[in-house]
Ligand binder design. Structure first.
Ligand code: ADP
Ligand code: MG
Length: 302
């Protein structure tokens, strides 16, 4: 036989649930919200407090104009009820602004950075300064490059030389971000640091690192010429990478503060002596892979 106290206890709990649900429903907007869920009242009644939370987030979302204005507990998400058999489960679902941002940022998955500032993924051709006429031929070249790449025609990359801080890295990154939006995998590599890191990984992941830049469908070697030259970096790293990329028609971009002539001089003189022939060979490969352009301008670094 049931314990009479339990029966009375259960009854009063049930009454409490009904009352608090009815109280909440005195707010017409809340009532309309719960009606719109298409869930039976006997079930709804058990979740009044959570439904009120989800209603609050629902009204926040209705007034919201952007992710930056989000008033919900978890930014970009809405606490949402869903019926499962005879219970309601609440979960956080991404709001429309969050979904839009996720879609807009999806291209970043196609960009591999090596020791480059993360903000470089935001560089955009639309934002490129137009106050400076020296950018116009470069942008024109970018358009031709993208056209050819889409048509699977071979197109040379750029060797972009020019003064410190003129915006070389930003410009090439803006192009590669555009390519990433078209689903092309691109790698942006700060070359001096890459070399240092490669050198210290002989015992570990040397070949993965090496292959990463050798085989990337589109590659930027940023700030070439700023590294300390050695026979190893010239003949065992740069040479084979360029050779592979030439043979496989993989677009390759370079930025440098040095002209090709200056780079040739720098490559010729290593800690082990002078070798003009090997330096020339590298320069010939760069010439095969790129056309040279210059970006001279004021230093835009703060
Ligand atoms: P460089 O590679 O020629 O030394 P950077 O590309 O690093 O120069 O540019 C120098 C600074 O100017 C960086 O902080 C970069 O983010 C900024 N910059 C360059 N071009 C633009 C641009 N079009 N819009 C916004 N910032 C830019
Ligand atoms: Mg740079």
């Amino acid at each position: 036989m049931k314990n009479i106290n339990n029966v009375v206890g259960n009854k009063s709990n049930e009454l409490e649930l009904i009352h608090s649900y009815q109280d909440a429903c005195s707010n017409k907007e809340f009532k309309m919200y719960v009606d719109s869920l298409g869930i039976e009242e006997e079930i709804l009644m058990k979740y009044t407090s959570s439904l009120e939370d989800s209603y609050m987030e629902y009204t926040n979302c209705r007034k919201c104009k952007s992710l930056a204005c989000c008033k919900n507990k978890v930014i970009g998400y809405r606490y949402t009820p869903e019926k499962e058999k005879n219970i309601i489960k609440f979960s956080y679902t991404a709001c429309k602004w969050n979904l839009l941002a996720l879609k807009e940022n999806a291209y970043k998955e196609n960009l591999e950075l090596f020791d480059m500032p993360i903000e470089i993924k935001e560089a955009s051709l639309k934002e490129v300064y137009t106050d400076d006429k020296s950018r116009i031929p470069i942008i024109k070249y970018f358009k031709e490059f993208m056209d050819k790449y889409q048509k699977k025609e071979n197109s040379k990359g750029l060797y972009l030389t020019g003064s410190f801080g003129s915006g070389k890295t930003y410009l090439i990154a803006a192009l590669l971000n555009e390519m990433a939006k078209k689903k092309t995998q691109c790698a942006l590599v700060y070359y001096p640091e890459f070399l240092r890191s490669l050198k210290s990984s002989f015992q570990t992941d040397y070949s993965e690192k090496f292959d990463f830049i050798k085989k990337s469908p589109v590659l930027l070697l940023d700030d070439i010429g700023a590294e300390n030259e050695s026979n190893w970096s010239r003949d065992e790293v740069l040479g084979p990478i360029l050779q592979y990329r030439m043979q496989n028609h993989l677009p390759t971009f370079f930025t440098s503060n040095l002209t090709l002539e200056e780079l040739e001089l720098s490559l010729a003189t290593t800690s082990s002596g002078v070798d003009k022939v090997k330096a020339r060979r590298i320069i010939e490969r760069i010439k095969q892979l790129t056309i040279t352009m210059e970006l001279i301008g004021k230093n835009r670094r703060n």
